[in-house]
Write a protein that binds this ligand. Sequence first.
Ligand code: FPP
Length: 281
Amino acid sequence: MPPASPHTTLQVPVSGALGPLTAEEARFFEKLDLLRLPRHLAVIMDGNGRWAQQRHLPRVAGHRAGTKSARVTIETCARLKIEALTLYAFSVENWRRPKTETDFLMQLLREYLRKEMPLLQKNDIRIRFLGRTDELPQGVQDDVRDATERTSRNRGMVLCIALNYGGRAEIVDAMNAILAEQNGRGHRERISEETLAHHLYTEGLPDPDLLIRTSGEMRISNFLLWQIAYAEIFVTETLWPDFNRARLLEALVEYQKRERRYGGIRGDEPDAHKPARVVGE
Ligand code: FPP
C-alpha cells in the first residue's frame, strides 16, 4: 500500500473558477462534484506526431501545438485546485528518436519554461521535474533549476514535468539511494514500501488518482510504474494537440463514475487513499 500523503493544503474550487465556459464545457462542468476531484492527475500526452502527419506537417509542429494543450490543462487543473499534475514530457526511451526531434523537444521545453513563467506565477504553481535531469544538456539543466527555484515559494498546485523520465529508472534510482544511505549508516535493514516511496522522484506527493492517456494507445509506457498502482485509467482517442478543456472535464466526470476499491470490497476504501478535500484552507 502506498503511504498516506503528508499533503494537507487541500482546497475546494469555487463554481466560477474556470470563468466563461462553452456549452460543451458547461455540460461536463455541471456534472462534476468539485469535492471529489482527483488529488493528483497524471497525463501521457501522446499523438503529437500523428496530429502533424494528418495535416502534412513535420512531426515537430505537433509538439509545438501540444504546448497549447499543456497550457490549458495546467491552468484548468490549477483553477480546480487539483494538488498535483504530472505531465509526461520526455522519457528515457525518447532519446531513440532522430536527433533533430530530441533537439527540438529540448529547445521547446526551454522556450516553454520561459514563456509560461507568468502563467505559473499568476496561478501560484510550483514546478518540479521528475527524472534523470542531471543527464540533460547543460542549458536545459540550468533552466530546470531556475524554474524550480523561481516557483519554489508558490503554494498552489505542484506541476511535475516528467523529463528524461523512466518508471523503471526511477525505482532503480530509489533503490540505489537507499543502498547508499544504508552503507553510510553502516548497517542494512529491510526495505518497506514507505521507504521506497520516500526515495522516489514523487516523494511527498499523493499517488495519482487518475491517469489520462491521449491518442488511444492502451499502454503505460514506463510511466509512474510504482505510483499508479491504484490509479483509474482514462484513455481517449483524442490526439494531444486536440485535447482541450472539454476533454479534460469529460475525463474528470468519467473518473467520478468509477468505483475505487483498492483491492477491498465496495465501501471499503482506506481513508488515506481517498481524494479528500477540506473547505476553507
Ligand atoms: C508524444 O507524442 C509526445 C511527446 C514525446 C512529447 C510531449 C511534449 C509536448 C506535448 C510538448 C511540450 C510539453 C511541455 C510540458 C512543455 P508522439 O510524438 O509520440 O506522437 P505519435 O505517437 O503520434 O508519434
